[in-house]
Design a protein around this ligand. Sequence first.
Ligand SMILES: C[C@H]1O[C@H](OP(=O)(O)OP(=O)(O)OC[C@H]2O[C@@H](n3cnc4c(=O)[nH]c(N)nc43)[C@H](O)[C@@H]2O)[C@@H](O)[C@@H](O)C1=O
Length: 330
Amino acid sequence: MRTAVTGGAGFIGSTLVDRLRKDGHQVLVIDDLSRGRVDNLDAALATADVDLEVLDIRDDKIGPLFETFAPEVVFHLAAQIDVRNSVADPINDADANILGTVKIGSAAIAAQARKIVFMSSGGSIYGSPEHLPVSEHAPVNPLSPYACSKISAENYLNCFRQLHGLDCSHIAPANVYGPRQDPHGEAGVVAIFAREMLSGGNTFLFGDGGNTRDYVFVEDVVTALIAASGTAGSGQRFNIGTGVETSDRELHALLAHATGVAAEPTWMPARLGDVRRSALDAALARTELGWTPLTSLSEGIARTVDFFRKLDTTSSDTAPSSDTAPSTLV
Ligand SMILES: C[C@H]1O[C@H](OP(=O)(O)OP(=O)(O)OC[C@H]2O[C@@H](n3cnc4c(=O)[nH]c(N)nc43)[C@H](O)[C@@H]2O)[C@@H](O)[C@@H](O)C1=O
């Protein structure tokens, strides 16, 4: 199958590209490298099956590029991913995430692609829901421009599906973690703790350390993206998470165990804007996509720590990939 992956040089995107390539697909990566890294694609680009086009998703060249490559499926992961940045600069966020999606969707329609699989954000679009784990039936309640832009992009793609027959599904993950996550970003606490513990730095816990998150391993998210590229789940959003809440304190202890570092965290006041509890109900993905998370948190953390440990010994560059590239947070 011919596939295009926007944001394919980022943390999630490049993991997706690796899987698509191993499954025998042709991949066109579109990434402006604002956050993504070519290093993430080193193995993929060494093959004849993967090409990288360094381009902003809003560039007019996207149309002709898609017409020439003729992807059957477009995985759209490129986005402005910083929630705080979306609050400070909602116009930039809307420009990248809404207009960028309209551009990618229009190019996919013109190139007669079959489907677009969109990276939404299960962690942000429901706000602070009453019941956890939250299902897709819960009302959306965007508390940031970022969440607004993700919901808006879903709506545009659903509209294009009805207007033009370009099929779509939306993958809405919880807190994604794993190798290649950017430890220098605003979010991504697993990568942040791993890097700090391995390099002898400080780790911080905010408030009482009792915030909870649903941590889902990047390989499991990639499995969901690929499962959604078939005919199932037409026009639907799929929450992708484990349904399990892990507190910041518990996460810190798991990372300390995996790195073998016993350092105590530095306690800081609670951060304004931090959600208290978060977990996603992925029942729809289980029934419709046959998806289930295969990686336990302890195994995923061990693999992530292993990645950062090797990076330390093989490179002086301590800044591996970013979240989903040009910019995703989920
Ligand atoms: C939907 C939503 O999802 C994510 O936001 P997040 O859940 O806040 O992600 P995080 O990895 O920054 O924090 C997770 C937990 O970990 C705690 N925590 C402790 N110590 C540190 C610490 O040192 N750094 C950070 N960042 N968090 C820490 C922090 O207080 C929180 O309880 C982002 O993708 C975000 O962009 C987004 O939109």
